[in-house]
Design a protein around this ligand. Structure first.
Ligand code: X90
Length: 286
């Protein structure tokens, strides 16, 4: 049996089909008062509201080796996709779990892909794996373990991630971005637009004054990065951005002929860091 596994920064609790061949390993969000475990049971809206009025310390923790091992179950070929190893220990934990699992079961294989990104770009990588594994299971085309590893690694180079953030307080407080980079996003009405860099860090691109300019700015940056009408995945924090997202999707459809777009709420980890009003956009470059 083959299994795909991602940490919960992928905003993907279920992947397309029935869920047998997929698992999401939860991250944890911590305050002095509460611990939020990023599973299907987490009320993300409530967490985001709690955090808005919370003044104390808050942080996050990635899944440990044990959590990854548990998710592996008894699968024979396992494909893990993690948040960028430059901002989290998730990749490291998964890689250690992979070595342990392979040592305990010499006939089984585990591949761990560092997405160098998070959220909707991870969703694209997971869907790529899912569709190929389905194709193979249906006998439409065979995909060996090695081909899947190579294929998804190559696909990662063909995908990108943009973010639009109204606040970068939690990113700065937890050392994921410099205080200087975070300042603009703290000012009322200013949104920081940036991308996941080639090494999996936050790279600032532009400051957007007001929501009105967000859709065109996002599309411009996407096109500059190679977008040409391919698949787009958008996750959002809170519901204040509906109009912006609607305009963005319309632009992509009308001007670029995009037919494969999916919009959904972010799970706990990305909601914590992207904060209320945050948008994450994953897209294909070719
Ligand atoms: O291990 C942990 O505790 C998790 C740490 C995660 C830190 C960063 C999460 C970023 C979430 C923010 C905008 C997109 C950033 C793109 C990065 C390459 C979303």
């Amino acid at each position: 049996m083959r299994k795909i596994i991602a940490d919960s920064s992928a905003d993907t609790l279920k992947l397309m089909g029935d869920g047998e061949g997929y698992a999401s390993v939860p991250m944890t969000i911590l305050t002095d008062e509460k611990e939020y475990v990023d599973t299907a049971d987490l009320d993300v809206t409530e967490m985001v509201d709690d955090l808005l009025s919370y003044r104390g310390r808050s942080s996050t923790a990635c899944p440990g080796v044990g959590a990854w091992l548990e998710a592996f179950g008894e699968a024979e070929e396992i494909f893990c996709v993690t948040i960028t190893s430059n901002l989290s220990g998730s990749y490291n934990a998964a890689a250690i779990a992979a070595r342990e699992y392979e040592a305990a079961h010499p006939d089984r294989r585990v591949f761990v892909l560092d997405s160098l990104s998070t959220g909707p770009e991870m969703r694209l990588l997971l869907e790529w794996l899912y569709l190929r594994i389905e194709e193979d299971a249906m006998g439409e085309r065979s995909w060996s373990f090695e081909e899947l590893c190579k294929g998804v690694s190559a696909y990662r180079e063909q995908t990108g991630l943009l973010f639009v953030l109204e606040s970068m307080k939690n990113l700065a407080n937890n050392g994921r971005v410099s205080r200087l980079a975070a300042t603009a996003a703290g000012i009322l009405g200013i949104r920081a637009v940036g991308k996941a860099s080639d090494v999996g860090t936050l790279e600032m691109l532009e400051k957007c004054r007001g929501a009105k300019k967000v859709p065109s700015s996002v599309v411009e940056h996407m096109v500059a990065l190679g977008y040409g009408g391919g698949a787009v995945r958008i996750s959002h924090v809170g519901n204040d951005n509906r109009e912006t997202i609607r305009e963005l999707v319309e632009l992509l459809k009308d001007e670029y002929g995009c037919v494969d777009v999916d919009v959904y709420p972010a799970c706990g980890l990305c909601s914590f860091y992207a904060e209320k009003g945050g948008l994450l956009i994953g897209f294909e470059k070719g």
